[in-house]
Design a protein around this ligand. Structure first.
Ligand SMILES: Nc1ncnc2c1ncn2[C@@H]1O[C@H](COP(=O)(O)OP(=O)(O)OP(=O)(O)O)[C@@H](O)[C@H]1O
Ligand SMILES: [Mg+2]
Length: 346
């Protein structure tokens, strides 16, 4: 039979967007159509040179005629124009690969925002969403999207706790009956961890490395607690000698990385404990039963779950797809707009 809605579906499209400080994920109809680092580069005339992965390769390797921009800072849009150009470029790329409709056929666009966002900052995200040309645009708090992405029923009267450690912010929230009972957003997350490694190497080895190198060290060693790891060989890294300026290779241990990250991890743990302290006592038994869900790229740090478990005495589990949890959650919301409309913000 002629299915009018199905035909219409080919033309009207909904996009779920996680506009992250480190990564952008866009989902349409359960499919990931964009998954790229949030970065764009321009030449000295303001023309776009590269976006996403390609632009990331230029990070820290530019000369005066190339400008590399990260348009998102701490989860919010810091450079409105560059963010627009970046998303436009991603959507143009996706249009070829995924038969994405032109602007005028976009129906619902939902973008995640950090729980600690100010009204002005959220307005900017909303204006940005409107500029994509969709008929309806909404924002949703990222921890709520993250919980939905982890497969939890947000409307349940049993509370769930999420800790989403992204690039710019760590979002901690306790969610029940479709809303956040308490939440905390701190600007300590993956980017800070990377800078901790840069500072540590400078202080302890007299070697200066760039962001991309420190990011690779973090992801390759991937460790916050060596106690539970077998003895492992160190890794060799190369940077600039802080005194002579000559390239210098040093061998660092996993313990070094764990020590570099320790202060920031302590801040994340304290923020989790602070959130638990203000939670209504009535939901303590729910949290005791359900534990904490860890999400976001930062949750991939090995043994972080064990550390948080030890600190809070609660069960901690890492969500199935931590880098895409927010986008997957928004994707579910967009497929069931009638059910979730109440938790979206216009
Ligand atoms: N295997 C890994 N080990 C450690 N950290 C990782 C790993 N993979 C990714 N990360 C870190 O996760 C962070 C990105 O996570 P994510 O994509 O969830 O952030 P985001 O959503 O872009 O940021 P935000 O939510 O703060 O706006 C980066 O700092 C990255 O270095
Ligand atoms: Mg995020």
């Amino acid at each position: 039979m002629f299915d009018f809605h199905k035909i219409l579906g080919y033309f009207y499209n909904d996009l779920a967007i996680d506009l992250g400080t480190a990564n952008i994920v866009i989902i349409r109809d359960d499919k990931i159509i964009v998954e790229e680092p949030s970065i764009i580069s321009f030449d000295d005339n303001g023309r776009i040179l590269a976006v996403g992965n390609e632009a990331l390769l230029m990070n820290g390797k530019t000369h005066k005629n190339i400008n590399v921009v990260k348009p998102l800072k701490d989860g919010v849009i810091a450079d409105f124009k560059a963010a627009g150009q970046m998303i436009d470029a991603f959507i143009k790329g996706a249009r070829n690969d995924h038969f994405l409709p032109f602007k005028s056929f976009l129906n619902n666009v939902v973008i995640g925002v950090p729980s600690g966002i100010t009204d002005v900052e959220r307005r900017a995200v909303k204006d940005f969403a409107d500029s994509l040309g969709a008929s309806n645009t909404y924002t949703i708090y990222e921890p709520v999207a993250s919980i939905i992405g982890a497969g939890i029923d947000v409307f349940d009267c049993n509370a769930s706790m999420i800790v989403d450690i992204g690039g710019g912010t760590t979002e901690i929230a306790i969610i029940i009956l479709g809303g956040m009972v308490c939440y905390k957003s701190i600007k300590v997350a993956g980017n800070q961890f990377t800078h901790d490694i840069i500072n540590y190497l400078q202080r302890n080895y007299g070697v200066l490395v760039g962001e991309n190198t420190a990011e690779n060290i973090k992801k390759n060693t991937n460790v916050v607690d060596c106690d539970q790891l077998e003895e492992m060989e160190g890794i060799s890294i190369c940077g600039r000698d802080t005194l002579s300026g000559i390239p210098k290779e040093v061998c660092i241990s996993y313990d070094d990385v764990a020590s570099a990250l320790n202060d920031s991890i302590c801040l994340v743990e304290t923020a989790i404990l602070d959130t638990l302290k203000v939670a209504p006592p009535e939901i303590s038994s729910d949290l005791n039963k359900n534990g904490i869900i860890l999400s976001g790229g930062g949750s991939l740090l090995r043994n972080l779950d064990k550390r948080i478990e030890e600190k809070t005495k609660l069960k901690v589990r890492i969500s199935d797809d931590p880098l895409r949890g927010v986008a997957r959650g928004i994707g579910k919301v967009i497929k069931n707009m009638n059910l979730y409309k109440g938790i979206l913000m216009r």
